[in-house]
Design a protein around this ligand. Structure first.
Ligand code: MV4
Length: 494
């Protein structure tokens, strides 16, 4: 079925990202927006826009029934949920289908299965997929937990079945802590997710986070689009992502790709999805969970494969078969994404609110910026503080890193604090450049003392550059070249 009109049940950069491909494909677009977003760029970018409620997301972007009503009244053919909000809500996916509208994403069964860590483990059991040593059933009996922990060995990790993104996890180092930690984990999971099921895994101490992008059509074809490495995180918030990973061998890439395809097949997956793995220091990989949505970091995969993932999602939803097979896919070059947050790295990453008095994203070859803000706008306090995604490309990893540093330097933001300088610190760090890092990178290398000295150096450099430019301008007319150079030299070295 051909889609003529798409509604995006989301806001900000991802709404704009989806509209861009829709326009390319000649599809009409509908935005929904809250009171806080009435002047937001995603509203301007759409052919039609409908107000759905007040600023808090539970009064606007999470109102599935209301959004479906809007879609019906405007004769929308398909709803794209973006990421966050309703994107991994199986009931919403079901209701959209029930209303005779295409949900651009997997069927409710796949969302539900992968939304429960225990159901996901159960689902992939019939395939030969490496899993972290542990149990695949909920435990509540402390004696049973102690027995299991004894078998797998401490340290262990208690995880909530309904959790994800690190919520409700507890590391236990010794038997005497197990009972109390388990009780806490159960009560936390009950209040946070309404499901107190917890299970136990061996704790992998310094893993890397490597995920595989997959695409599955409605004709039984499933391919993987290689990996993204997302090990640079801060409190389960990704900071820098890249594709390919600096450390994967061709053999491991194939094995992980095949495992990811099996995970997708196990739940009858449809559309674009991501299978997360942990990799330990010995390069063993373990299936962690599957994200049943388009992810924030999808652009790095687009750049190295040459595909438009939103276009693939739309074609799959229309019932088309994938136009390529696994063997047609090749990695070309290297891409890095920096998430630019409206947060202050000098104040423990507190959200930085205010108005974007200056906002000039960098432009140029091998630079892509996906954003949802314009100069002069206020940053709304109600939603995710991500300002933009800065993505760079190069033939090699080193070229992509250099391009990222150049793009960060060109990015002009005033009025609020951002994580741009933090991103530069990461890109210039020896551990990042050499590829020898894991999920503890930020904790290990971003101490308050180092942040301050890095920012001080940056500020001094910027001041010197400004002075140099100013003097060059000023001296241009007045002095002959040799004297000008001498003057600049003297001041610069003083
Ligand atoms: C783990 C782990 C170590 N051992 N599981 C964090 C988010 C959630 N998706 C799973 N997570 C982890 N699971 C075992 N058995 C360490 C983490 C983890 C982590 C994983 C990926 C990226 C960053 C992380 C930061 C802290 C902990």
């Amino acid at each position: 079925m051909k889609i003529n009109k798409i509604l995006v049940a989301n806001r900000g950069e991802i709404a704009i990202r989806v509209f861009k491909t829709a326009k390319k494909l000649g599809i009409k677009t509908v935005a929904v927006y809250s009171t806080a977003d009435r002047n937001a760029p995603h509203v301007e970018e759409a052919d039609e826009a409908v107000w759905i409620g007040e600023a808090p997301s539970n009064q606007s972007y999470l109102l599935g029934d209301k959004i479906i009503e809007v879609a019906k009244s405007l004769k929308v053919d398909a709803i794209h949920p973006g990421y966050g909000f309703l994107s991994e809500n199986a009931d919403f996916s079901q209701k959209v289908s029930d209303a005779g509208i295409l949900f651009i994403g997997p069927k409710p069964y796949a969302i539900r299965t992968m939304g429960s860590k225990l159901a996901a483990k159960e689902s992939v059991k019939k395939y030969n997929i490496p899993m972290v040593p542990g149990i695949d059933q909920a435990v509540s009996d402390p004696q049973k937990a102690i027995k299991i922990a004894g078998e797998i060995g401490f340290p262990i990790l208690i995880k909530a079945s309904a959790g994800g993104g690190g919520k409700g996890m507890r590391i236990v180092d010794k038997e005497s802590d197990l009972e109390s930690q388990m009780q806490r984990a159960i009560s936390e999971a009950t209040s946070a997710f309404g499901d107190g099921s917890v299970f136990i895994e061996k704790y992998i101490d310094s893993p890397r986070h490597i995920e595989i992008q997959i695409l599955a059509d409605s004709h039984g074809n499933v391919v993987h689009l290689f990996e993204r490495e997302c090990s640079i995180q801060r409190r389960h918030q990704k900071v820098v992502e890249e594709a390919p990973s600096a450390i994967l061998t061709e053999d491991l890439r194939n094995k992980m790709g095949e495992a990811a395809v099996s995970v997708a097949k196990s739940c009858d997956y449809l559309g674009a999805g991501t299978v997360e793995f942990l990799m330990d220091a010995q390069m063993n990989f373990f299936f962690l969970e599957m994200n049943t949505r388009l992810q924030v970091e999808h652009p790095v995969t687009e750049w190295i494969t040459g595909l438009d993932l939103v276009e693939e999602q739309i074609k799959i939803a229309e019932g088309e078969a994938l136009s390529f097979s696994q063997n047609d896919l090749k990695i070309k070059g290297h891409a890095i994404e920096l998430r630019v947050y409206a947060e202050d790295p000098l104040q423990d990453f507190m959200p930085s609110m205010g108005r974007l008095t200056t906002y000039k994203p960098p432009v140029g070859e091998n630079i892509r910026v996906d954003d949802g803000f314009r100069e002069g706008m206020e940053i709304p306090i109600y939603y995710d503080p991500m300002l933009s995604k800065l993505i760079t490309y190069g033939k090699t990893r080193q070229e992509a890193i250099s391009k990222m540093i150049e793009a960060i330097d060109k990015y002009e933001v005033e009025g609020i604090e951002t994580t741009l300088g933090f991103g530069k610190y990461v890109c210039q760090h020896k551990a990042f450049q050499s590829g020898k890092f894991d999920t503890h990178f930020v904790k290990k290398y971003y101490t308050p003392k180092r942040i301050h000295s890095f920012y001080k150096e940056e500020a001094t450099m910027a001041a010197k550059m400004a002075l140099k430019l100013y003097l060059e301008e000023k001296q241009k007319v007045k002095l002959p070249k040799t004297e000008k150079n001498a003057a600049v030299k003297t001041l610069f070295n003083s």
